[in-house]
Design a protein around this ligand. Structure first.
Ligand code: AMP
Length: 589
C-alpha cells in the first residue's frame, strides 16, 4: 500500500472531530488496506509501532529530527529551527520546508520510488530499535532517506510519528468502530473487537484477526499467557453503607495495599511482569520472578497482585515510596537486598493455561487460593466476606492498622472486566488523612524475633502508650523501622533487665510478642497518622465500639528518651486528641 494514501487519510482524520464521520473515514481506510498491512496501519494510527508492552519506543530527539529535516530540505540548521519554532510543530515545519522543490517533488517522481506503508514502518522500526555507538548517524541516514523520497505531506506524518508526536485525535475505541464497520460490516461488532482488544492489549493483532478470520476469529481471542490484559479498575464510594447499597450482601472485602500493581505471567520457568500501564517491568523485580516461579502452583498462569516494600527485618509493610528504589536500570541486585518486597495476590485470570476471566470473583478467588502458596513473601491478599457496615468497617480498620490504605470491596459474582472501571470493584479509604508532625513517646513492652539480617536479634518491638486514668500501658503499634544496626545491638542489652516471660500485669496488648518487657524504656517515634484499630487496646471503645487507636507507618527517630519514665510517655488522652485533630484538619481541607 502506498504511504501517500495513508497520509491522505490522516489529513482527513485530522480535519474531522465528529466520531461518526471519523468512523466512516476509518472504515473506508480499512477497506482500502491490504489485509497484510492492517496490523501495522493500526499501530501507526495509535502513534506506535508495536503494542505498548513490547516497549518499542518511538520518539527520536528533537535535535535529530531537525538535522534530518535540514539535510533533506537543503536548508541551514538555523532556517530549519526558525521554521520549526514558527510552525510550532515538526510536521508542519517539514511540510512547509519541503514544499516546492525538496523531497520527492524536487527529485521528480520518476527518479524515486513512491513510499510504501511497509517501508515507512520498517524504517521507523529500525530507527526505534537502533541504539548504542554510532546509532545517531545511522538513525539520521535512515530518516533522511525516507524524507528524500517523501512528499511534503508524507514528510509531515513521518516526522511526527518518528518524534512520537502524531496526534490524529482518534481514540482506540474509534479505531475499533472503524474496524467493525470496515472489516466486519457492522458497527455492532465493535463490542466483540473491544473485548478482544481489552484481553490482548494489541490493536494490530485484533485488527489483523478481524481481517483474516472475521467475526468468528475475533470471538475466539482469549487472554494468553505472555500478553498482558488491560486491567480491571475500581470505582470509589464514600462509605461502607454506600458499598452495601451498590453491591448488596455479601461483599468480598480485601486489603487494599499501597504498593505497585503487577500482572504476573508464568509459562513454565519463564515469568514476565507487567505494570498497571502494561510496561514490561520484569527486570525490576528479580525476586518476584523467583517467587512466581516457586510459589505459584500452576505451570501456566496469569495472576494479579500488589507488590509492597517490606522491612527486611520485621516483615512490616512500608509506604509506597520505598518501592521507588526499584525503579532503576542498574544495581537492582543491591536494591533487592536493601528493599525487599512481598506480593499479595488478588486475582487469578488464567490458571493452567485456561482463561478464567469469565468466571465469578468467588471462583477465581478459590483458584487463587489453590495456586498461591503462602510464604513469608507471598500470599493471597487477606479477604473477608462481610454483610454489615460494622463488619466492613472493622475489616478496614484491621487493614489500615497493618499498613494498608483501606479496602477493596468486590462483587462476589462479578466477572473480570478487562479495561473497565465499574462497580464490580469499589475502593474505600479511610475518611481523613493528614500527616502527623508530632513525635510520640512510647514504652517498649515486647519484642519479636528478627528475620533475615536481624536473625538472632529482635526485629521489631511492641510499643505502648500510657493510660493515666487506668494506670495501664495499652499497646498502640509494632515497630521495626528506623533502627540502625547499632540500635539493634544495644536494645536487647538495655532491655535485658526488664525481660519477662509472661505478660506484665500493667500491660494490655492484642498481640503476643516473643518476649515481654516490663514497661520501663521510652523511645521516640513518628508516624504518618493515628488510625482506628481492632488490634490495639489504647482508647478501646472510646471512639468506636470494638476499636482502639494505632499508629500507621511508625518509625523510630533514633532517640531513646532516657530522661523519661514510663508514666511520662505520651498518654492515651493525648492520642485521642491527636486523632480528633487529624479529623478536623481533614474536614477543613
Ligand atoms: P487506585 O489506584 O486508587 O485506583 O486503586 C486501584 C489499585 O489498587 C489497583 O490498581 C491496585 O494496584 C491496588 N490494589 C491494592 N490492593 C488491591 C486489591 N485487593 N484488589 C485490587 N486492587 C488492589
Amino acid at each position: 500500500m502506498k504511504y501517500s494514501l495513508v497520509a491522505g487519510y490522516f489529513e482527513k482524520l485530522e480535519g474531522t472531530s465528529g466520531r461518526l464521520e471519523m468512523t466512516e473515514i476509518l472504515a473506508s481506510l480499512f477497506k482500502d488496506t491490504p489485509k497484510s498491512d492492517l496490523p501495522i496501519l493500526a499501530y501507526l494510527m495509535q502513534g506506535k509501532l508495536r503494542p505498548d508492552y513490547e516497549g518499542v519506543e518511538l520518539g527520536i530527539a528533537e535535535k535529530l529530527a531537525l538535522r534530518a529535516l535540514a539535510t533533506a530540505s537543503g536548508k541551514t540548521a538555523q532556517e530549519v529551527k526558525d521554521a520549526y519554532i514558527k510552525a510550532g510543530d515538526i510536521g508542519s515545519a517539514a511540510q512547509a520546508l519541503l514544499k516546492g522543490g525538496a523531497g520527492r517533488e524536487r527529485q521528480g517522481s520518476l527518479l524515486s520510488e513512491p513510499l510504501t506503508l511497509r517501508r515507512v514502518y520498517d524504517s521507523l522500526l529500525s530507527i526505534a530499535k537502533t541504539s548504542g555507538g554510532g546509532s545517531i548517524d545511522s538513525k539520521l541516514r535512515e530518516l533522511v532517506s525516507l524524507l528524500n523520497d517523501a512528499t511534503p505531506v508524507e514528510a509531515k506524518y513521518i516526522l511526527r510519528t518518528a518524534m512520537g508526536v502524531l496526534r490524529l485525535g482518534v481514540a482506540d475505541y474509534t479505531i475499533l468502530d472503524g474496524a467493525a464497520v470496515g472489516l466486519l460490516g457492522d458497527k455492532a461488532h465493535r463490542k466483540v473487537l473491544e473485548r478482544a482488544y481489552n484481553v490482548t492489549s494489541d490493536l494490530g493483532f485484533v485488527v489483523g484477526v478481524a481481517a483474516e478470520e472475521g467475526l468468528a476469529g475475533v470471538e475466539k481471542i482469549h487472554l494468553e499467557v505472555g500478553k498482558p490484559i488491560r486491567p480491571m479498575l475500581a470505582e470509589r464510594l464514600k462509605s461502607a453503607q454506600a458499598i452495601l447499597d451498590q453491591i448488596g450482601k455479601p461483599v468480598a472485602a480485601e486489603y487494599k495495599l499501597d504498593g505497585e500493581r503487577l500482572q504476573m505471567h508464568k509459562d513454565g520457568d519463564k515469568v514476565e511482569l507487567f505494570s498497571r500501564r502494561l510496561e514490561r517491568i520484569t527486570s525490576n523485580y528479580p525476586d518476584v520472578v523467583r517467587y512466581v516461579r516457586s510459589y505459584v502452583k500452576s505451570k501456566r498462569a496469569v495472576l494479579e497482585g500488589e507488590v509492597v516494600a517490606i522491612n527486611a527485618d520485621s516483615g512490616e509493610y512500608l509506604p509506597f515510596q520505598e518501592l521507588m528504589h526499584r525503579r532503576r536500570k542498574h544495581g537492582i541486585e543491591e536494591m533487592m537486598k536493601q528493599y525487599p518486597v512481598a506480593v499479595n495476590f488478588f486475582d487469578a485470570l488464567n490458571v493452567d493455561g485456561k482463561d478464567i476471566t469469565g468466571r465469578t470473583y468467588l471462583k477465581r478467588r478459590a483458584q487463587l487460593e489453590r495456586v498461591v502458596q503462602v510464604t513469608e513473601f507471598t500470599r493471597p491478599v487477606p479477604s473477608k466476606m462481610v454483610e454489615t457496615t460494622k463488619e466492613m468497617e472493622e475489616f478496614m480498620e484491621l487493614a489500615i492498622s497493618e499498613g494498608c490504605e483501606g479496602i477493596m470491596a468486590k462483587k462476589p459474582d462479578g466477572i473480570y472486566r478487562a479495561g473497565a472501571r465499574e462497580f464490580g470493584w469499589i475502593k474505600l479509604k479511610r475518611e481523613y488523612s493528614s500527616e502527623l508532625t508530632d513525635t510520640i513517646d512510647l514504652v517498649i513492652v515486647g519484642a519479636f524475633h528478627g528475620r533475615g539480617r536481624r536473625t538472632g536479634v529482635y526485629g521489631a518491638y511492641l510499643l505502648a502508650a500510657y493510660d493515666s486514668k487506668r494506670k495501664v500501658f495499652p499497646t498502640v503499634t509494632k515497630i521495626g523501622t528506623g533502627f540502625s544496626d547499632a540500635d539493634l545491638e544495644r536494645f536487647p542489652k538495655l532491655l535485658a533487665q526488664y525481660e519477662s516471660h509472661v505478660k506484665p500485669p500493667d500491660v494490655e496488648s492484642g498481640l503476643v510478642p516473643d518476649i515481654w518487657y516490663r514497661p520501663r524504656v521510652v523511645i521516640e517515634t513518628i508516624a504518618s497518622e493515628i488510625t482506628l484499630s481492632p488490634i490495639h487496646p489504647a482508647a478501646m471503645n472510646e471512639l468506636r465500639p470494638g476499636s482502639g487507636l494505632a499508629l500507621r507507618f511508625p518509625k523510630f527517630t533514633g532517640k531513646i528518651r532516657d530522661e523519661k519514665g514510663p508514666e511520662d510517655a505520651t498518654t492515651v488522652k493525648e492520642l485521642v486528641e491527636m486523632y480528633s485533630m487529624q479529623k478536623r484538619v481533614q474536614s477543613k481541607a
